[in-house]
Design a protein around this ligand. Structure first.
Ligand code: GAR
Length: 208
C-alpha cells in the first residue's frame, strides 16, 4: 500500500480528484496518510476532513524565518513516514534538503505543457495569463518528479488541452483542470503505486 502525503495551498480540486479516484478505484494500492497545507484558510483542508483524512497546517507565519519553517515542515512530513509526497497546488518552494531526502518520491502537477510557461513566477492563473498573452493554440498539464530546479524534474505524464479564441485565464484554467489535471494526477499516482514508474537518466520510463 503506497502511503501518500498531499501538500496543498488552496481550493484542493486536485486533492478531491485524488480522493475520488481512490474511492472509485481508479487509483489502487494507495492511501492518503495526511494532507498538509501552508495556508490555514485552504479549502483543501476541509475536503480532507470531510473524508476523514488527517489535515494539518504549518504556516510560515508561525516561524521566525524560512529556515525554521522548512525544518518544521520536513519534521512534520517525516513523522508520517510516507512513500510519496504529492504537491497538488502547493505554492511553497521545496527546500533542497527535502528534495534530496525524498529523491524521486515527490511529484508535482503544473498547469502547462512543461517546458512552456513554467519556472519561477509561473503558478496558478499566471500560467494561463501567459498562455493567452503568447497566443499559443495548445496548452495542457504536466505531472513531474520534483528535483532541485523549478519545474525541471523528470516528466511522468502530460496531456494537451486546446486554447479557445475567447478564453479568459479563469475559463482556460478550469478547462485545463477538467480535461488534464484531474486525469493525469490520479493516473500518475496509480502508476507509481503499482510499481510502473522508473527514472532512468532523468527521464521517466513507464511499463504498462
Ligand atoms: C492547479 O491548477 C495546479 O496545477 C496549480 O495550482 C492549481 C491548484 O488548484 N499549481 C501550480 O501552478 C504549481 N506551479 P487546486 O488547489 O484546486 O488543486
Amino acid at each position: 500500500m503506497l502511503k501518500v502525503a498531499v501538500c496543498v495551498s488552496g481550493g484542493g480540486t486536485n486533492l478531491q480528484a485524488i480522493i475520488d479516484a481512490i474511492d472509485n478505484k481508479t487509483i489502487t494500492n494507495t492511501e492518503i496518510s495526511v494532507v498538509i497545507s501552508n495556508n490555514p484558510g485552504a479549502y483543501a483542508l476541509e475536503r480532507a476532513k470531510k473524508h476523514g483524512i488527517e489535515a494539518v497546517c504549518i504556516s510560515p507565519k508561525e516561524y521566525a524565518d524560512r529556515e525554521a519553517f522548512n525544518q518544521a515542515f520536513l519534521e512534520k512530513l517525516d513523522s508520517y513516514q510516507v512513500d510519496l509526497v504529492v504537491l497538488a497546488g502547493f505554492l511553497v518552494v521545496i527546500p533542497e534538503i527535502m528534495v534530496k531526502k525524498y529523491k524521486n518520491r515527490i511529484i508535482n502537477i503544473h498547469p502547462s505543457l512543461i517546458p512552456s510557461f513554467c519556472g519561477t513566477g509561473y503558478y496558478g492563473l499566471k500560467v494561463h495569463e501567459g498562455v493567452l498573452k503568447r497566443g499559443v493554440k495548445v496548452t495542457g498539464a504536466t505531472v513531474h518528479f520534483v528535483d532541485e530546479g523549478t519545474d525541471t524534474g523528470p516528466i511522468i505524464l502530460q496531456k494537451a488541452v486546446l486554447v479557445k479564441q475567447d478564453d479568459t485565464p479563469e475559463i482556460l484554467q478550469r478547462r485545463v483542470m477538467e480535461e488534464a489535471e484531474w486525469k493525469i494526477m490520479p493516473k500518475a499516482i496509480d502508476l507509481i503505486a503499482n510499481g510502473k514508474v522508473k527514472v532512468v537518466d532523468h527521464k521517466v520510463v513507464i511499463s504498462e
